[in-house]
Design a protein around this ligand. Structure first.
Ligand SMILES: [Zn+2]
Ligand SMILES: [Zn+2]
Ligand SMILES: [Zn+2]
Length: 171
């Protein structure tokens, strides 16, 4: 099923989609942003980003190491962590704190705060900008005179695809 071009990311996300397009867009954006910012997307950083983008599931550092080993014999945990730190710094990926895992960012090109919907069944993570929620949250934090270092909302549950599969299995 093809998603109409005018559909927003959020609409196209849950349905079947052309994942090759996700990957090429994400890598293209990353390459562009790094040039604009004057930072180096080294081969290892590029490779780690590509591995994270294999799908929309949250992936753990040791899983990335396993995927990287066949391609890069000398890959060590420290190599992965340094690459992950860089990618987080550049806003190209998100750390999913509650899973200690990582997921590619779908909107790196613009400033955003994220609401992450995490499926407990398939580990897919949907990212939503939720501007109204974030604004309300900022207001609340401001009233507490609290200095924010990072802000992420992580909601666990079951994604629409898994819910449909589960509903189908019950019949
Ligand atoms: Zn995709
Ligand atoms: Zn993001
Ligand atoms: Zn799911």
């Amino acid at each position: 099923m093809n998603t109409p071009a005018q559909a927003s990311h959020d609409d196209s996300y849950a349905s079947e989609h052309d994942h090759k397009k996700c990957v090429s867009e994400a890598l293209g954006t990353a390459e562009h942003l790094c040039v604009v910012r004057g930072v180096q997307l080294t081969p290892i950083r590029h490779q780690v980003l590509e591995l994270i983008w294999e799908n929309h599931k949250a992936v753990k550092a040791y899983e990335l190491l396993d995927r990287l080993k066949p391609q890069m014999d000398a890959a060590k945990p420290a190599t992965i962590y340094r690459a992950l730190d860089f990618l987080i710094e550049q806003g190209l990926i998100h750390r999913v704190e509650s899973l200690n895992a990582f997921v590619g960012c779908r909107c790196s090109a613009h400033q955003h705060e994220q609401l992450l919907l995490i499926c407990n069944n398939c580990q897919e993570v949907e990212e939503r900008s939720a501007p109204e929620v974030m604004q309300a949250l900022s207001q609340e934090i401001k009233q507490a005179d609290f200095i924010v270092h990072s802000k992420a909302l992580e909601i666990h549950g079951i994604c629409v695809k898994c819910a449909q599969t589960m509903a189908g299995e019950q019949h």
